[in-house]
Write a protein that binds this ligand. Structure first.
Ligand code: HPA
Length: 282
């Protein structure tokens, strides 16, 4: 387990150089695939595939359901860099380390990222299998200190105090809504609460999150959003609701990672169609 709190400009450049040496593509769009969603990378045409262990400083995931490679190629006429599998804070990495991939995307010239994840549905009108557009977030890990931007600020990338008012790009959200409608895909929308994990939330914690306005809860994405916004990258966030958050348990209730992965797989075709549709119009 590594324990580097900060990532240096030299480390970012070393990782970006390694990627450049292994592909001739110049990606415009980054796509991060969450738990159970890695099948979406199969849609990429003529891909260059780079295992994470071939890229210096790149954090690798140890979690089942997360592959560890970059798939770079074209999708709907756009050049896309797909991060197939991500590392998480709960695996022992620092917030800066888990966001190195977004730093590298920025160094490679990516201007837009689409971040996907698996999440528990807190909003009572959500059911497993739903797709939720992220409108805003609650950063439980970061708000009290574990922010990926903690440490020296690189003013050449972005400001010390980056704005998060419209972190989830309103135009991209509108495009996603329109695309979903034209494809007959139901799209929920709401606030994503980021928690550290790896233990799932207790019912009391979930009732608390419900009370303060969370619609979904998960263990990823938000650090990447912060780093992307810091660098001026536009963000579209999409959660797949893989399980119902249990606010009032009965004796048989529980949540498992297997359930999360199974539901994720069911959503992949619909999510693929939605993302293809969005890319077509970008
Ligand atoms: N809680 C936290 N993270 C998750 C969940 C959940 O219920 N489902 C998928 N990721």
């Amino acid at each position: 387990m590594m324990n580097n709190e900060t990532i240096t400009p030299e480390q970012i450049q070393a990782a970006a150089t390694a990627v450049r040496q292994k592909t001739n593509y110049q990606p415009q769009i980054g796509l991060v695939l969450g738990s159970g969603l890695s099948g979406l990378a199969d849609a990429i045409e003529n891909p260059d595939i780079i295992p994470y262990h071939d890229i210096p400083h790149w954090p690798t995931s140890t979690v089942p359901g997360h592959s560890g490679r970059l798939v770079i190629g074209s999708l709907e006429g756009k050049t896309v860099l797909v991060q197939q599998g991500r590392a998480h804070y709960y695996e022992g990495y620092s917030p800066a380390q888990i966001t190195l991939p977004v730093r590298v995307m920025h160094a490679l010239g990516v201007k837009t990222v689409i971040l996907t994840n698996a999440a528990g549905g807190i909003n009572r009108s959500f059911t497993p299998g739903d797709i939720m557009l992220i409108s805003d977030h609650l950063n439980f890990v970061g708000i009290a200190g574990h922010n990926p931007l903690r440490g020296p600020n690189d003013d050449s990338i972005g400001p010390r105090f980056p704005d998060m008012t419209l972190a989830y790009d309103p135009e991209l959200r509108q495009l996603a809504r329109k695309t979903a409608e034209s494809l007959g895909i139901t799209l929920q929308e709401g606030v994503y609460a980021y928690v550290a994990g790896p233990s799932f939330e207790t019912p009391a914690e979930l009732r608390f999150l419900h009370t303060i306005g969370a619609d979904a809860v998960g263990m990823s994405t938000v650090p990447s959003v912060i780093v992307a916004r810091h660098a001026g990258i536009r963000v579209l966030g999409i959660s797949t609701i893989t399980n119902k958050a249990i606010l009032h348990p009965t004796p048989e209730d529980m949540v498992t990672h297997e359930e999360v992965l199974e539901t994720g797989k069911i959503v992949v075709p619909r999510l693929t169609a939605l993302i293809r549709g969005i890319l077509r119009q970008l």
